[in-house]
Design a protein around this ligand. Structure first.
Ligand code: ATP
Ligand code: MG
Length: 319
């Protein structure tokens, strides 16, 4: 990462989950947590664990939910210098319960938590000033103040010759607002690498059909598109017309949350470490698959050695 670390901006949360499947939280149920969470946090944790230089701009409360997150990110090698602590608001949280059909019920505390108090502090400016890559998480669009920091970081990092990736995992309701839609479109216009999952490809491209959508993205600014297909694996398309398919690693899915974030963290880190697409994509698929085998949104994020061991367990697969 010659130009400096990969950074991301957005929510840090704890996740507290129901131990059994069912609908909602309308009666006393057994819960387990707190688990470190938040899509940007999961991304940056996987990025750091696999050996990439990585940092995050975020805000937590002055409470144990904040401390559990900062301690984890720090232990895993991420730069936590630009995580501020709100003296007033508690750390953001998400209570989640899986239904039998795999859908989820949530109780969120994000908008009125420390996660929404993210600010362009001196530490945030300092981290941005030495960064070589910004990964934008669509989930951060839910935090009004994050967007200005993202735009400042884009300008600064691009001016230094750095690059931008974009995971368009924006809540659909937010794209109903014309201002958010315009910012979303602006990100699609400047991102070098876009990592959509399923339908997000068509939302980002504004057209249907897989190859039409990919070409529409290449007609804008992207030179690489990494399409995530859950248990069906993933595909990278390149501006030069290459298509690299990577089958999924067969695993027992315990908790699907965070797969896409781990995929992205591993892919971006590996590419920035200079790996060819094939190798980065194998690590990314392994990172996503390994993460779904553990309960908790970032509990299965793997180090490079752990992912090497995970890949070696699958007959016929190697790195
Ligand atoms: P999330 O569901 O966390 O929002 P996402 O929808 O962005 O993630 P997915 O496509 O679900 O992304 O997962 C990312 C990658 O992780 C997949 O491309 C695949 O490589 C791996 N993965 C996810 N789920 C599974 C699974 N059940 N079995 C094997 N690999 C998986
Ligand atoms: Mg998914």
């Amino acid at each position: 990462d010659a130009l400096g670390p990969t950074i991301t901006i957005g929510e840090i949360l704890v996740e507290i989950m129901a131990t059994d499947r069912g609908t909602g939280f309308l009666e006393p149920i057994t819960l387990i947590g707190p688990y470190p969470s938040g899509a940007p946090a999961i991304f940056i944790d996987q990025c750091a664990r696999i050996g990439g230089s990585a940092g995050i701009i975020a805000c937590v409360g002055d409470d144990d939910f904040g401390r559990v997150n900062v301690a984890r990110l720090h232990a895993d090698g991420a730069d936590v210098s630009a995580i501020s602590t709100s003296p007033e608001f508690p750390t953001g949280s998400a209570f989640v319960r899986y239904r039998n059909d795999g859908s989820r019920d949530f109780v969120f505390n994000i908008a009125r938590s420390a996660a929404s108090q993210i600010d362009l502090t001196a530490a945030a400016r300092a981290l941005i000033a030495r960064s070589g890559h910004l990964h934008v998480m669509g989930t951060a669009f839910a935090i009004p103040g994050a967007i200005e920091i993202i735009e400042y970081a884009i300008a600064t990092i691009k001016a230094r010759g750095g690059s931008i990736s974009f995971d368009p995992n924006v809540r659909k309701e937010l794209l109903g607002q014309s201002e958010t839609r315009a910012r979303f479109a602006r990100l699609v216009d400047i991102a070098d690498l876009i990592l959509p999952s399923g339908e997000e490809l068509f939302v980002a491209a504004g057209v249907g059909g897989e190859s039409e959508a990919v070409h529409a993205l290449f007609a804008r600014n992207a030179s690489e598109v990494a399409l995530k297909r859950g248990a069906k694996g993933s595909t990278v398309f390149t501006l030069e017309g290459r298509r690299i398919d990577c089958p999924a690693f067969a695993v027992e899915e315990i908790d699907p949350t965070g797969a896409g974030d781990c995929f992205g963290g591993a892919y971006v880190a590996c590419r920035r470490l200079g790996m060819p697409i094939e190798q980065a994509l194998t690590y990314a698929n392994a990172a996503g698959a390994r993460n779904v085998t553990a309960r908790g949104p970032m509990e299965g994020a793997g180090t490079r050695a752990e992912l090497d061991a995970f890949i070696a367990m699958t007959p016929g697969r190697s790195i």
